[in-house]
Write a protein that binds this ligand. Sequence first.
Ligand code: DC
Length: 236
Amino acid sequence: MKKEQRKITIAIDGFSSSGKSTMAKHLAKTIGYAYIDTGAMYRAVTLYALDHDMIHGDNVNVEALTAALDDIVITFGVDDDGTSFTCLNGRNVESDIRSMRVSDKVSLVAAIAPVRRAMVRQQQAMGRDKGIVMDGRDIGTVVFPDAEMKVFVNASAETRARRRFDELRAKGDTTTTYEQVLANVVERDRIDSTRDESPLRRAHDAVDLDNSSMTIDEQNRWMLDLFKQRAASCEL
Ligand code: DC
């Protein structure tokens, strides 16, 4: 008799633009799990703060943003073609949150303790029933320390900047230069790994994946193989 497969929690962490979202999304679709891009949540909060004049230069009005957290509702939708998108208070903001305007400030917002607490609470609620693939920076360490499958993805800063640059060009951004994107990637790595609040850290029980010289297909296969191993060891 075929054993019943128990749903598991999958945590995928890593540096910015390491391709983790693409892999996580593909894995979730293949195995029929929900997918949550937690970076998109911090980006949506940043967009809200920018639109409400709460960020000036490198200064975030933490008090005003903290007071507004209950008014920030982040949800995810799915297009007819199966593509997921992020909504901020019911408005599709998928394109806005990927702009350089938001990328430039998001690390500052993601370093604010009350923002992180609110996001982590929402993420834990979303994953309560397992059967979820969540990607971010602190998923395997803080959000789901007991996740059955944890992956830590990395690639060189240049590889990641090139990917991000190609993405921006494909979306019609013709002004941002590769050098600007590389500087943004390096700066975000620095802020993300040195902040006091949940710095980007590899969970001790995560499996490493350096995908600098892997094709998307190879990465997807690698993920699926790891999932099969983990799911098999969790069978009832
Ligand atoms: O993955 P991304 O580049 O879209 O993430 C945007 C920012 O949010 C990045 O500066 C890191 C931060 N982030 C975080 O601190 N914790 C998460 N779980 C996800 C993202």
